[in-house]
Design a binder for this molecule. Sequence first.
Ligand code: ADP
Ligand code: GLC
Length: 468
Amino acid sequence: MIVYHLSTECYPIAKVGGLADVVGALPKYQNKIKGVDAKVVMPFYNKPFVREHEFDTVFDGFIHQRGNMLQVQVLKEKSDVLGFELFMVRIPGLLDRDNPYGYQDENYQFLAFQHGVLHWLSAMEIRPDVLHCHDYHTGLVPFMIEYCPEFAYLKGVKTIGTIHNGEYQGMMSWEMANYMPAFDSYKWGMIDWNGLINPLASMIKCSTAFTTVSEGYLEELFISFRGLESLVRQEFSKAYGIINGIDTEVWDPKTDPMLDFNFNSKNAIAQKKKNKEKLCKEYGLKPELPLFAFIGRFATEKGADLLPDVVWKSIKQSFGALNIMILGSGNTYIEDKLKEYDYTYSNFALDLGYKEHLSHKIYASADFLLMPSRVEPCGLNQMYSMRYGTIPVVRYTGGLRDTVEDISTGGAGLNFTYAGVDDIVHAMNRGLSIYNEKNIMENLIHANMNFDFAWEKSAEKYIALYNN
Ligand code: ADP
Ligand code: GLC
């Protein structure tokens, strides 16, 4: 079975969030299953990985976007170093940028990517068994292969659409239809939602089946989906929730080269302590106090707007009996407020920016990881933290409720219900009350490290779905 994953991110080439981690791992694990050949197709980016690896040009052609002729090159990484064939689509001016997102003309960018991929596959008469589209950036592919005459060769290919984040739907005005490959205009309804072109809605309508990255999140979408609730209810018979795994080859505390002190479950207590001492020293924190950490995008869906008040209130209420460390960036109001507290409180450390190495060190050093997400389709941070023996303190939502069970019901994490400062601080206080119970803490560290979030099971579930 030949599967092409289409995505704008893939670790380690270009990562903004969990999408990259999933697309960098799932195909590798799928390829371990007999008879499966999973590949990844992504836009070309000006990134170190591209300069450090060799590529063959496997296709050179042209597409037309509203009368403009755009060159399309497809480059294949020569050695399959990632455990799957990697193809990068290059279109000078649109798909040769430094980063996946953040450009004013990104609608053109994503349309060109989808058009370029399908043009290449059709022109070279490559007909995969499955096209697996990730998020709205590739959401128009199922429509295009059915209704664009240019891709007649691909008509009937099965498509899976995975919703990693339904908050982003890629809506654009109908004017943008002029930049799409010509399509059967009688079918316009298949890309429309409330008078706009909505790629995520189109993915739900036109894909053979669609998935969400946890079962809990799928249930929530029926009730709250930024206007697509009725659509997802109507299409429920082809909806599946499949929880993400984690790449246990990359995220392994025994071998992780980004850690100062590696550890296994036998020496975790002592080695985690050393990691924590080093990190605390570097950031002026107090290693004898519990360390709560947050890693992530400063967005309201992550509950990041609550963090400044959480810092202030938890330090004040506990009379300074804890440390908090935050790594992330995003909303500038949140950044500024946190910077202010970074100056004010010696128990608080802030590192602004995207720092892969530091994130690994924090997962290994912290005692507790905070995730006050309002929306969390799956969440990978809690799984990384658990694998590194750090207790997750999470809001009970989406993928978090599928992966973290509260200690009160036999689990090894702490849950809270509302994304509000009081509830978060209350959950942190529960953490503080167990921190000094040596036996409980040690048991929780071990219990968390022993959870099995490896990709194997979920990779099998996707293959079963493709076979279906
Ligand atoms: P999302 O994709 O919604 O941001 P996930 O929990 O699925 O959330 O994945 C986030 C990924 O990004 C994790 O691998 C996490 O470690 C990483 N990450 C987030 N922010 C940062 C940061 N500032 N520095 C390093 N890694 C980060
Ligand atoms: C999205 C979601 C996150 C999920 C990730 C990978 O970015 O916000 O919850 O873990 O995709 O599927």
